[in-house]
Ligand binder design. Structure first.
Ligand SMILES: *Cc1c(COP(=O)(O)O)cnc(C)c1O
Length: 429
């Protein structure tokens, strides 16, 4: 077991792991496994901690839907006053289904289609974060077609070094596909001035994910504010937003999480003198430690000198260990009859050697039928699930004050073939 409490919402009561007082073994009996379980109070606590830390400056928290887009979670966050940051038309649809109005939505993303941009403009989103000069032209065309002015910010790559635990979650360094190169940003801003259906309202960045330190934000903000001062000198009068993106780290095994208070104090110091409204787009920070994946052990076997614990969840349900080499704490949900430990690989049933949750991990001895809790699965968990190996995606459950509700039904086999017609509608080619 690692060190430190990941979230006070998940506790061991007697022998059993509980979420807000709800026994996970009992919950698993009721809804089946694998199942994601989220704590409403943990989500609220994280949101409020960040909101309090930013209290000094005018700010907006736009939760990053891609971390966990379940409608129940989106509604819960909206009640707290959150807006959303979306990266696709599908996320726009989700956000609106959850009740978010246009001004509560910021649209980010490196490859928006014309159709998605038109949908966002029709919805009246607060900002479209534009990532290239060619995107500028597409937004202009769609806005002209609709007869509206598009509110835009430029996503600038500050091109600083970011210490993120995996290359796949770095976005603010030189040479990534994200944003407008720092040296080109002023040119792109000037170009936007010649396009009558665009209104440049802000500057935006997103450094990457799982960043514990404030220093990269300080360095990047300094770059963005330097650009801001150039643009003011160039006569841009409408600038009012500074969007610093997401990326705040959570603790997966007792390592240092982002310090909301330090982050809030630093960005406030930097932004306050400008009078700009600060936008932040946290995802992982809000939900990462508010969720776990509960999975049942199917088999335990020894082969090739190793012991494997084979679970009913696989990489199709939870991809992070395989995709990012991510470490996730794993514990037995109940005390095993024999409280011995051994070193095992925890693996799923998918036909891939990359289908693992833990390699060479010391774990309580569990046997077929026992339950495991995979911690810190609230962000980039269910949203990355797939149907590979024709596996229905798992259920999602929200726990709130001693009660629980299924917020996404386990998929059925019917769901797997729903879009595949049995008689083919051939068309002349
Ligand atoms: C993914 C993403 C976020 C959220 O990142 P976290 O690390 O989950 O906070 C915010 N903004 C943009 C543009 C993103 O792509």
């Amino acid at each position: 077991m690692g060190q430190g409490v990941l979230s006070p919402a998940f506790t061991r009561e007697g022998d059993v792991v509980c979420c807000e007082g709800v026994s996970l073994p009992r919950l698993a009996d009721a809804v089946g496994t694998p199942a994601y379980v989220y704590s409403a109070s943990a989500i609220r606590t994280q949101y409020r901690t960040l909101a309090d830390a930013l209290g000094r400056v005018p700010h907006r928290i736009h939760y990053s839907v891609k971390a966990n887009g379940n409608l129940a979670i989106l509604r819960l966050l909206r009640e707290l006053g959150a807006g959303v940051d979306i990266v696709s038309g599908g996320e726009l649809y989700r956000a609106r289904r959850a009740g978010y109005q246009g001004p509560e939505i910021v649209f980010s993303g490196v490859g928006k289609t014309g159709g998605e941009i038109a949908d966002a403009l029709r919805a009246g989103v607060r900002l479209i974060n534009v990532e290239s000069e060619s995107e500028l032209a597409v937004v202009e065309a769609e806005a002209a077609r609709l007869g509206v002015q598009a509110p835009i910010a430029l996503r600038v790559n500050p091109e600083i070094e970011v210490s993120s635990p995996h290359a796949y979650i770095k976005t603010g360094e030189r040479g990534t596909k994200f944003g407008i190169g720092y040296d080109q940003a002023r040119q792109v801003a000037l170009r936007s001035r010649g396009l009558p259906h665009l209104r440049l309202l802000g500057l935006d960045m997103h450094l990457g994910s799982q960043i514990p330190d404030v220093a990269p934000y300080v360095a990047a903000l300094a770059r963005l504010l330097e650009l801001y001062r150039h643009l003011v000198a160039d006569g841009f009068r409408d600038l009012r937003y500074l969007d610093v993106g997401g990326g705040l780290a959570v603790s997966y095994d007792g390592e240092r999480a982002a310090d909301a208070a330090a982050f809030g104090a630093m960005v406030s110091d930097a932004v306050e003198p400008t009078g700009l409204t600060l936008i932040v787009e946290p995802g992982r920070y809000i939900v990462g430690n508010a969720g776990v994946l509960v999975t049942r052990v199917l088999y335990r076997k020894q082969t090739g000198g190793k012991t494997y614990v084979i679970t009913d969840a696989g990489m199709t349900d939870f991809l992070r260990p395989s995709h990012y080499s991510a470490y996730h704490r794993i514990e037995s949900a109940a005390r095993a009859p024999v409280w011995a430990r051994s070193t095992v690989d925890v693996v799923g049933p998918v036909c891939e050697s990359g289908d693992f949750f833990a390699v060479d991990r010391e774990l309580t001895d569990v046997a077929a039928g026992d339950l495991l809790v995979i911690y810190s699965a609230g962000a980039y968990g269910f949203v990355m699930a797939s149907n590979y190996n024709a596996r229905p995606r798992p259920a999602e459950v929200l726990v709130e004050g001693g009660r629980f509700a299924v917020v996404s039904e386990r998929e059925t086999y019917d769901d797997l073939v729903r879009h595949e017609p049995s008689t083919l509608a051939w068309r002349d080619g």
